[in-house]
Write a protein that binds this ligand. Structure first.
Ligand code: PSU
Ligand code: MN
Length: 299
């Protein structure tokens, strides 16, 4: 098996510099072309601007890559039918020499193996609406319960059942922190109608929290929920309307399993005439920036 850590990332880890892991399903399945490639590159640059080193994680030709060169990032963004690789798919992708984006779950576990403790993404997976019929609960939640990585995200996608997702995380003992907010954000909008169980207000506070959690040897991850920057969110009404249409379509077309999230994201973007994509691009950069600031406090 090839587990390849990019030179720049390896050096940074050896020197104890800040490193931020980035997921790649958002590139392969979360955004249309060419925005996927532009955003992937922009997010890496944001991390660099904050003085940390980005490590986009993916599987290419069956090789696990911790950090991609620019050309590889482009290749992944343009790849014809990339896989969506979660924990369940990892051994299959490696053994068959496949190429694909790693989900939050797979990226977390690979980051931990590479010694990276900070990870930024758009939104994590969670408990889907209608779970009582589908049993659809993202592997991201189980990974958060078992893998010691701090995940910087914009909360939980509004396409999910947010109440049940928060309950699940509580059951699993995963701390959920609102970053500079009392409210738990809902990805495209800065409020979900639920409070965040905890609130912290700066990179130093987050770093201190991470250090103490480690000292307590609690295991498992942390969700740091950063609201979408002001002016870029979408109103609850617009989102709910688009979601209602999209969910109905998904049901009619019999979309299931790992296809659900990419389908809903795509249709939501079409229904909102690009507003969800616009929000997505801004919020992922914001999360990466906060993650990078915190990573420097941890060294
Ligand atoms: N949020 C986005 N775009 C995405 C995802 C989340 O804005 O593409 C991806 C993440 O990789 C996350 C995955 O881990 O969706 C969850 O998929 P599922 O619900 O099938 O577990
Ligand atoms: Mn699922």
């Amino acid at each position: 098996m090839k587990f390849l850590v990019k030179k720049e990332v390896k050096k940074a880890l050896e020197k104890g510099l800040g490193v931020v892991a980035l997921e790649s399903t958002i590139i392969t399945h979360g955004m249309p072309r060419p925005e996927n490639w532009e955003t992937a590159l922009a997010v890496e640059n944001v991390v660099r601007e904050e003085g940390a080193v980005p490590a986009t994680i993916a599987v290419m030709g069956g090789e696990i890559k911790i950090g991609l060169e620019e050309a590889q990032l482009k290749e992944l963004a343009k790849f014809k039918s990339p896989r969506k690789i979660s924990r369940q798919d990892l051994a299959f992708a490696v053994s068959k020499g496949l190429t694909g984006g790693t989900t939050v779950a797979a990226t977390m576990l690979l980051a931990q193996r590479a010694g990276i403790g900070v990870f930024a993404t758009g939104g994590i997976g969670g408990v889907h609406r209608g779970v009582e019929n589908t049993f659809d609960i993202s592997a991201d939640l189980e990974e958060l319960a078992r893998t010691r990585v701090a995940v910087f995200c914009a909360g939980v996608k509004s396409i999910l059942d947010i109440r049940k997702t928060l309950e699940y995380l509580e059951t699993k003992g995963v701390p959920v922190i609102g970053y500079q907010t009392d409210h738990f954000p809902a990805f495209f909008s800065d409020q979900s109608g639920f409070f965040a169980p905890m609130r912290l207000d700066g990179p130093g506070e987050i770093a201190s929290f991470i250090k103490h959690k480690k000292e307590l040897d609690l295991g498992g991850g942390i969700v740091i929920a950063c609201p979408v920057p002001k002016g870029y969110g979408i109103s609850k009404e617009e989102m709910e309307k688009a979601l209602e249409f999209s969910l109905k379509e998904a049901e009619e077309r019999g979309i299931a399993g790992k296809g659900v999230t990419p389908f809903l994201l795509k249709r939501m973007n079409e229904h909102t005439r690009g507003n969800t994509l616009r929000a997505n691009k801004v919020l992922i950069k914001n999360n990466a920036s906060i993650g990078a600031q915190v990573s420097k406090f941890l060294v």
